[in-house]
Design a protein around this ligand. Structure first.
Ligand code: SF4
Ligand code: SF4
Length: 233
């Protein structure tokens, strides 16, 4: 089943696939969504107790494609997510054809899932960096009752190989990044959209930065652009 899944996901155009044990999620502390909120991501068995495998799907996003899409008309935020969702539906149907059930969910912390499926480690910019693709990735997730060999999980508390680098922290216009954590209320994406942050000066600065064209219209990926782990892709 695992080999067939890998073959099918590759045919559908996913760059990465990993399978995690749902039990593993119980071993680690819950994650807030976003970090400053009082809400927590669910664990897979809370969503579907019969789920036997967590399938994490990664799509590599080429930087020049992201930049081009944004310049076309603010498609950055949704373009790759739409592709992933479309392929997730197809993969869910494929599981059905194999006699198994699969559920798409957005309620499990997908970065934690990617790490537990062996797809990378979290870097100082709080993104999952894969050894080949870096952090220019988007992830999707399915739960399935199919039993498959799990991938070797990574340790969620082990860092990506950032070493002494602090480029993402230095380049962030909102000073949102500090030691493997992004303070979401200081990231200019929500600030520029006028929500979450109540720091009026930061919101004004976010808009000024956007108007100067230093970051993209409704998005900012400076922390990814600065990252040497992304140089290969
Ligand atoms: S997206 Fe921009 S503002 Fe948000 S954390 Fe990254 S560099 Fe900072
Ligand atoms: S920019 Fe440097 S510190 Fe930040 S995630 Fe990349 S390697 Fe790590």
């Amino acid at each position: 089943m695992k080999d067939e899944l890998l073959e099918q996901a590759e045919k559908m155009g996913f760059s990465l696939v990993g399978v995690a044990d749902p039990e593993l999620f119980e071993r680690y502390p819950r994650i807030r969504k976003p970090a400053e909120s009082e809400e927590y991501w669910s664990r897979p068995h809370e969503i579907w107790p019969a789920g036997r495998s967590v399938v994490v799907l990664g799509l590599h996003c080429r930087e020049e494609v992201l930049d081009a899409l944004v310049r076309m008309d603010n498609l950055f935020g949704s373009f790759y997510w739409e592709i992933i969702r479309h392929r997730e539906y197809r993969l869910r149907d494929w599981f059905g054809e194999q006699g198994c059930e699969a559920q798409i969910t957005d309620d499990v912390a997908v970065k934690r899932a990617a790490v537990l499926a062996g797809l990378g480690h979290v870097g100082r910019n709080s993104l999952v960096a894969h050894p080949e693709y870096g952090s220019n990735l988007r992830f999707g997730l399915l739960l399935t009752d199919a039993e498959m060999a799990f991938d070797e999980p990574n340790d969620p508390f082990e860092s990506a190989p950032c070493g002494d680098c602090r480029r993402c922290e230095e380049v962030c216009p909102g000073e949102a990044i500090s030691d493997y954590r992004v303070e979401f209320s200081r990231c200019i994406i929500p600030a520029a959209e006028g929500w979450l942050s109540d720091d009026e000066e930061m919101i004004r600065e976010a808009r000024r930065i956007q108007q100067r064209g230093e970051v993209l219209e409704v998005e900012c990926n400076l922390c990814q652009k600065a990252c040497p782990l992304n140089e290969a892709g």
